[in-house]
Design a protein around this ligand. Structure first.
Ligand code: GBH
Length: 460
């Protein structure tokens, strides 16, 4: 991979956040409770008992956050819209104060010359719909989501021209419904498979709803967290392929070819839930989209477990006699995630391009967590994050050089924020937040990113 990479003209530089992770104001201006309000207030679910009640207080401090975006020199901001702010009960009455908040945010962004790129679902489902339908496990959720998407598109579509329907359906269905580490905290494979199908259906219906409701032409896409699984020996190749089918094929197949992949083990196959897929669903899911959003953080390595079943150094248990392996020599972040930029190049060239062809691709999240601190000079010198950023941007540039149609990159994240089950203990921001005072400090990595966006190239 070349090191002095530059990017195509009009490459879109951005930064990303999500509503529950930054907004706070959890019960303000008519907002209804979301499943993350419930989950984070349930003892034992989130590290340290942290909640998003206040978070970065971005609901009130968004003008300061837009100043940070200006310092970064980005042309776009990916934020998410909180469904329970718009519809406190999930359905029915629209809360105009909720819409007003996003309308003010959009106006302020446009004033600053920054394109708003809202995501309509970044995990904060109205609690009322969890109660009414079993959340994403119930089929009625798909229509409810499309209806809400139409409400937002109608209100903001004169000024918002690029929409993301869902963030990371893999995480929603599996971390939320299969393993229970995210809201709603369920552990039931059938629910996970059902949730996954209903997320895809909701996506397709919302693409139609956004286009129908928007007063101006709209580009619509979805954000997936796709993965590469590398076998460490030939015996692990089949398991690696299965893991990629669960992460990638289960989305890329339905979205781009109108069918689920044929290889998916029983616990992951839509056949697990009889009657789940109705006639016509796959055509709705395959509704054409204008771009694909890709979130990427780390690669996976799969190996065969030791004969005695004992874990060797760096291994974590997987299923069926396989283990997740961390090869010696690769750095790991504060999340214990591997750092290996070439895996992003591999993902884009081997997985993404063959599925999407020429469709524009945006990296909608990429970033890393480290043990940041404010030094005696009042600075945060996060050289590890800067190095991660540089490496991954180099991988994006080389994928573009290899013909992948990547049109933009959004750093995760603009701000340190509520890192879901990790609470505030894990920091991903280009900006440090002192959560006691809400003071924002642009980190060294943020200064570096500002140079990248201004040069449209990687500085030495
Ligand atoms: C993204 O998810 C999210 O979109 C974003 O909100 C988040 O802040 C960011 O990444 C950083 O994490 O081992 O089963 O408990 C990335 C995907 C989500 C990866 C949850 C691993 C823990 C899964 N990830 N996660 S589990």
């Amino acid at each position: 991979m070349s090191s002095d990479a530059s990017f195509p003209d009009r490459f879109l530089w951005g930064a990303a956040t999500a509503a529950y992770q930054i907004e706070g104001a959890a019960a303000e201006d008519g907002k209804g409770p979301s499943i993350w309000d419930t989950f984070s207030h349930t003892p034992g679910k989130v590290h340290h008992g942290d909640t998003g009640d206040v978070a970065c207080d971005s609901y009130h401090r968004y003008p300061e956050d837009i100043e940070l975006l200006k310092r970064l020199g980005v042309g776009a901001y990916r934020f998410s819209v909180s469904w329970p702010r718009i519809r406190p009960e999930g359905r029915g009455e629209v809360n105009s104060k909720g819409l007003d908040y996003y309308s003010r945010l959009v106006d302020a962004l446009l004033e600053a010359g920054i394109a708003p790129v809202p995501t309509l679902y970044h995990w904060d489902l109205p609690q009322a719909l969890q109660d009414a339908f079993g959340g994403w496990a119930g089929r009625d959720i798909a229509e409810a989501f499309a209806s809400y998407a139409g409400v937002v598109a109608e209100a903001l579509g004169d000024r918002v021209h690029r929409w993301i329907t869902l963030n990371e359906p893999w995480v929603v269905s599996n971390v939320g419904y299969r393993w229970g580490r995210h809201a709603p905290g369920h552990s039931e494979a059938g629910e996970a498979v059902a949730a996954n199908h209903h997320l895809l259906l909701a996506h397709g219906l919302s693409v139609q709803a956004i286009r129908a409701a928007s007063p101006a032409p709209a580009e619509v896409g979805i954000t997936l967290n796709l993965g590469v699984s590398r076998p460490t020996s030939p015996e692990a190749a089949d398991m690696a392929a299965e893991l990629e089918a669960r992460h990638n094929g289960v989305y890329l197949g339905p979205l781009f070819s109108g069918e689920y992949p044929s290889r998916l083990s029983a616990e992951w196959s839509p056949a697990l839930v009889p009657g789940l897929v109705h006639d016509g669903d796959m055509a709705v899911i395959a509704e054409s989209i204008d771009f694909l959003g890709v979130n990427f953080y780390f690669p996976g390595y799969v190996g065969v477990a030791a004969a005695d079943g004992e874990l060797r150094a760096g291994e974590r248990p997987l299923e069926g006699g396989f283990v997740d392996v961390r090869p010696a020599g690769l750095p790991v972040t504060a999340m214990d995630w591997l750092v290996e930029p070439t895996s992003l190049h591999e993902l884009l060239t081997r997985v993404v391009a063959p599925a999407v062809g020429d469709l524009p691709v945006y990296i909608t999240e990429n970033g890393s967590s480290w043990y940041d601190y404010v030094n005696q000079d009042g600075e945060v010198v996060d050289l590890e994050r800067q190095s991660y950023l540089r490496g991954h941007l180099g991988a994006v540039a080389s994928a573009i050089a290899d013909g992948v149609n990547v049109r933009g990159y959004f750093a995760w994240s603009l701000l340190d924020n509520f890192e879901w089950a990790e609470g505030y203990a894990k920091r991903f921001g280009l900006t440090f937040i002192d959560f006691a005072t809400q003071r924002r400090i642009l980190k060294r990595s943020g200064e570096y990113y500002a140079q990248v966006t201004r040069k449209n190239a990687l500085p030495e």
